[in-house]
Design a binder for this molecule. Structure first.
Ligand SMILES: O=C(O)[C@H]1O[C@H](OP(=O)(O)OP(=O)(O)OC[C@H]2O[C@@H](n3ccc(=O)[nH]c3=O)[C@H](O)[C@@H]2O)[C@H](O)[C@@H](O)[C@H]1O
Length: 422
């Protein structure tokens, strides 16, 4: 709007000399010259401003149009398409062709590698955001590349990129894992949850509904949808209408959105309610990760005490455990599964195991649980996933943490040097 001000200001200057007092003196000539050049200036300024406005209108991002900013150099071109095609090439005709969103994330990396190793064609997509240390994502990307998985750097909200990917590859499945994770971060940046977990998901579904053939979608919901429920273990049949955090609310919204797209467009959508995933290459914002870091540094760790001293149980994601999660089934299904371990573990037990593995005594600080979005306990009923997918977690917490600690000490060399029992 500030660009308009000079125009109206110039417009207020009289456009005919008749409105000036005529004087035959020098000053008049000067004024006339001045006025003539002012008119020219007005004209050229107007052209210039119209041009600026025109450019501004064309280049400004609009929710309904692909943003120009998203058409960057990081994707497109023959060699990029070749990499995409090669990565998405499946080894046998029985294999799937999968687009994994959030591929440079913790779960996305493991899923991509597991699928690639069993012969599926896999292409990754990730925006490499800075929610936590980007180096970890870049190193996962290198790991993926060594396993033949190319990760396209781009946004799930960029429909032109998604359409381009579907032009190049006829994906049979989308494993949609890109999301804004974390419960507490919503207090700092609520918009990122809406942007990624709601708008981004809708964008994916919009593209999937219009491509032919439509891919089946498997996506990460969350155990957090059980919110303030107190009946345990949590079953898929339980209510999910009292989320305790914005994060949980956006995942719950995703489930309702999935219902709509299945209902209207016949998309086949399977949601997985993950219960605390942990392991090598894990996420630094999770308790087992930052407890390990702080215990090794000799820093006190804060343990929030819940009424039953509960901690969410974890699932160990070995390659075999991923195997039958999401085999191709009949089309247009709408399903939701709990995936987790059936035995909840108290936080104190988790810390005991970490102390043993790290050979360092933790400095524990026990505080009452604040109302920050975390839920007091979580406990999965996985009978439905077992019945339909033969899902059976095979890694106990100690074995899983051992794998994590081994990875942590090798990834952060030097972090364990000071380790010793006090
Ligand atoms: O517990 C959770 O909340 C999460 O657990 C699982 O994720 P993790 O692997 O643990 O999380 P993380 O390492 O952060 O990977 C997400 C990746 O997406 C990328 N990402 C993110 C947002 C976006 O708009 N685009 C994008 O590419 C981002 O750059 C990052 O690399 C589920 O998949 C997820 O849906 C959510 O439920």
């Amino acid at each position: 709007m500030s660009q308009l001000k000079p125009i109206s200001h110039l417009d207020n200057i009289p456009s005919t000399p008749g409105k000036f007092k005529l004087e035959k003196s020098q000053p008049y000539t000067h004024r006339l010259r001045f006025h003539t050049s002012l008119s020219k200036l007005t004209l050229w300024s107007s052209f210039f401003l119209v041009f600026i406005l025109f450019y501004y209108v064309l280049s400004s991002p609009s929710p309904s149009l692909p943003s120009r900013r998203s058409l960057n150099d990081s994707w497109g071109g023959p060699s990029w398409e070749k990499r995409v095609t090669r990565s998405a090439q499946r080894r046998s005709s029985h294999g799937l062709t999968v687009l994994v969103t959030g591929a440079a994330g913790f779960v996305g990396t493991h899923v991509s590698i597991a699928l690639k190793r069993r012969g599926d064609g896999v292409l990754g997509l990730d925006n490499f955001n800075h929610y936590y240390e980007p180096r970890l994502k870049r190193d996962r990307q290198k790991l993926l590349e060594r396993n033949g998985v190319f990760v396209v750097e781009g946004d799930i909200n960029d429909s032109s990129l998604l359409k381009k990917l579907f032009d190049v590859v006829a994906f049979s499945h989308i494993m949609h894992l890109a999301a804004q994770a974390g419960v507490r971060y919503a207090m700092q940046n609520p918009g990122s949850y809406v942007h990624s977990n709601i708008a981004g998901f809708v964008n994916i579904l919009e593209v999937c509904k219009s491509v032919n053939p439509q891919p089946a979608i498997v996506w990460a919901s969350s155990s957090s949808v059980y919110g303030l429920n107190s009946k345990v273990p949590f079953s898929e049949k339980d209510r999910t209408d009292q989320p305790a955090s914005l994060y949980a609310a956006t995942k719950k919204a995703g489930e309702e959105i999935a219902h709509t797209y299945n209902h209207i467009y016949g998309l086949s959508i399977t949601g997985l309610r993950f219960f605390t995933v942990y392991g090598p290459w894990g996420r630094p914002d999770m308790a087992y990760f930052f407890f390990t870091k702080d215990i090794l540094k000799g820093k006190p760790i804060t343990i929030f005490e819940a009424p039953d001293h509960g901690l969410r149980g974890g699932i160990g994601h070995s390659e075999e455990e991923y195997r039958e999660w999401w085999e191709e089934e009949g089309s247009a299904q709408l399903r939701i599964f709990n995936l987790g371990n059936t035995s909840p573990v108290p936080v104190s037990e988790l810390v005991n195991i970490l102390e043993k593995l790290l050979k360092v005594k933790a400095k524990r600080k026990v505080l009452p649980m604040p109302r920050n979005g975390d839920v007091k306990f979580t406990h999965a009923n996985i009978s439905l996933a077992y019945k339909e997918l033969r899902y059976k977690p095979g890694t106990d917490l100690e074995t899983g943490l051992k794998k994590f600690v081994r990875w942590y000490l090798s990834y952060y060399p030097g972090s364990g040097k000071k380790s010793s029992w006090n």
